[in-house]
Design a protein around this ligand. Structure first.
Ligand SMILES: [Zn+2]
Length: 93
């Protein structure tokens, strides 16, 4: 999986997880079947986003994990290669 796809999915699952947790807390009575499903769903999304973060959000060229500036980075802060083209970026980060 491409890092750009991975971080889009990561954003999506994180938002779903947080939204699910909030909806479960605010609108659903604890102990009901609906609240159990929502809690499990948001927990599942959390797990998926963790897998994406630790498994796929890394540089395709040097393999280092991208954490700083993950959502905006266009190239690797370690080897400075563009995630898509592999061309080196010059100058400051
Ligand atoms: Zn790299």
């Amino acid at each position: 999986m491409n890092i750009k796809t991975a971080r889009k999915l990561l954003m999506f699952f994180m938002i779903v997880a947080v939204a699910g947790a909030l909806i479960g807390l605010i609108f659903l009575e604890p102990g009901t079947r609906a609240s159990v499903y929502v809690t499990m769903g948001s927990f599942g999304c959390m797990v998926i986003s963790m897998i994406l973060l630790f498994g796929y959000c890394k540089c395709p060229w040097c393999g280092k994990r991208i954490t700083a500036n993950l959502m905006k980075a266009e190239y690797c802060p370690y080897c400075k290669k563009d995630f898509e083209t592999g061309l080196k970026h010059k100058g400051r980060r």
